[in-house]
Design a protein around this ligand. Structure first.
Ligand SMILES: O=C(O)C1=C[C@@H](OP(=O)(O)O)[C@@H](O)[C@H](O)C1
Ligand SMILES: C=C(OP(=O)(O)O)C(=O)O
Length: 409
């Protein structure tokens, strides 16, 4: 596998239609719901993302040790799935996965009657999961400011609990659209829930079998928005995106309107074209944390000052994304600083035409967020294969629109 690649574009003109990968978030919910329903589901356009391929394989596996690799949804959703179905499993992941907290979910599942013990550090994977002895408890208080994936994992098993579940969310609700996506997918498979104030109530119910087609991934679309913003000339159509999406990262449409991209919803997707950009924007990423790297890398390259909030969860994702961004924007003479607690400012600098080489920190989004800078000058991307987590065809798709790629060992 190549250690790095050099990316360049001879003209800076981008034209074409791109079939984006399907959303791994939607696909992984549909897979867990189908497994919980015990019925055959007709799932179309399942994502080629490793996170989805992996979950599909693991749901078929009868091995005692299950490796969720670096996939947060896989780790969190399977923890709840094995716990409630009472399957004896040792659930582990990459070194980084074993540094991503899971205590909130484990505590909640234990209250419901799951048997889960920590095999390493308290509060983190690996987990040993065993028999389920229902506690009859239905009202749980759960912190909602660390990861919404804990809430989604609990919601999907909720209709199978004898008493159902009342989840009282405590603290700020981070990544809220992902919770709403979970409820929408549950509803698609015949389960209703009420989300009132801070409480989500799910009565005992049965999932129904239904066909479902996974939408293209709006997070993946965000890199194409950056490409359009940095191109000299662009007319790009992204296929498979819908105006009424389950995905909160559809917010990229509004965000990129300030960063120089005009979106038109057309039959079968969106058409992106260039327009003037602002010189300063403010953005709260609480609802769309996966878009932060796209916006930071693009703004550093475009020369846009950005004030940002809602970045808390970035510290516990595939890498500490705040730290990774702080290091990598420096090579573009930009700086990312916490100006007051929780408020970050990206200050762009004058980009000099020195060699640019971006490290990716085992994080697909670091690679894809910085790749568009290659429209300004050739850039080196280290460990480019990280993109397989969500968008395995990313580099090939760039070649489709005229990028030149030299792979290096
Ligand atoms: O539920 C999901 O599919 C996801 C939720 C978000 O995580 P957090 O809830 O941990 O912010 C997001 O960052 C992740 O890429 C996918
Ligand atoms: C944070 C991400 O994924 P996960 O938490 O599912 O590993 C992501 O894809 O950006």
């Amino acid at each position: 596998m190549s250690q790095s690649l050099i990316l360049s574009h001879p003209t800076g003109h981008l034209h074409g239609s791109i079939k984006l990968p399907a959303s791994k978030s939607e696909a992984n919910r549909a897979l867990i719901i189908a497994a919980l329903s015990g019925k055959q589901a007709e799932l179309h356009n399942l994502s080629e993302a490793n996170d989805t391929q992996l979950l599909q394989r693991l749901l078929q596996s009868d091995a005692a040790t299950i490796d969720a690799e670096d996939a947060g949804t896989v780790m969190r959703f399977l923890t709840a799935y094995y716990a409630i179905t009472g399957q004896e499993k040792l659930l582990t992941g990459t070194e980084r996965m074993c540094q991503r907290p899971i205590k909130v979910l484990v505590d909640a599942l234990r209250e419901l009657g799951a048997s889960i013990s920590y095999k390493g550090q308290e509060g983190y994977p690996p987990l040993q999961i065993g028999a389920f002895k229902g506690s009859g408890k239905k009202h749980l208080k759960v912190r909602s400011d660390i990861s919404s994936q804990y809430i989604s994992a609990l919601l999907m098993i909720a209709p199978l609990l004898p008493e159902g579940l009342e989840l009282e969310l405590e603290g700020k609700i981070g990544s809220r659209p992902y919770i709403e996506m979970t409820l929408s997918l549950m509803q698609h498979f015949g389960v209703t829930a009420a989300f009132e104030g801070n409480t989500i109530t799910v009565k005992p119910q049965q999932y129904k079998s239904a066909a479902f087609t996974v939408e293209s991934d709006w997070s993946a679309a965000s890199y194409w928005y950056s490409l359009v913003a940095l191109a000299k000339e662009a007319d790009i159509t992204l296929l498979g995106l819908k105006e009424n999406s389950f995905q909160g990262d559809r917010a990229i449409v509004e965000i990129m309107s300030g960063l120089g991209v005009y979106t038109e919803f057309v039959d079968g997707g969106v058409r992106l074209q260039k327009k003037e950009h602002e010189h300063h924007i403010s953005q709260d990423f609480s609802d769309c944390p996966d878009l932060a790297q796209t916006v930071v890398a693009l703004s550093a390259a475009l020369g846009v000052q950005v004030d940002m909030t809602g970045l808390e969860s970035l510290r516990i994702k595939e890498t500490d994304r705040i730290q990774a961004l702080q290091i990598e924007v420096q090579s573009m003479r930009a700086s990312l600083q916490e100006v007051t607690p929780g408020v970050f400012r990206l200050e762009p600098g004058l980009m000099k035409h020195t060699d640019l080489s971006f490290r990716t920190y085992q994080d697909h989004r670091m690679a894809m967020a910085f790749a568009p800078v290659a429209l300004l000058q050739p850039v080196k991307i280290q460990e480019p294969s990280v993109v397989r987590k969500s968008y395995p065809r990313f580099w090939e798709d760039l070649e489709e629109v005229g990028f030149e790629i030299k792979y290096k060992d």
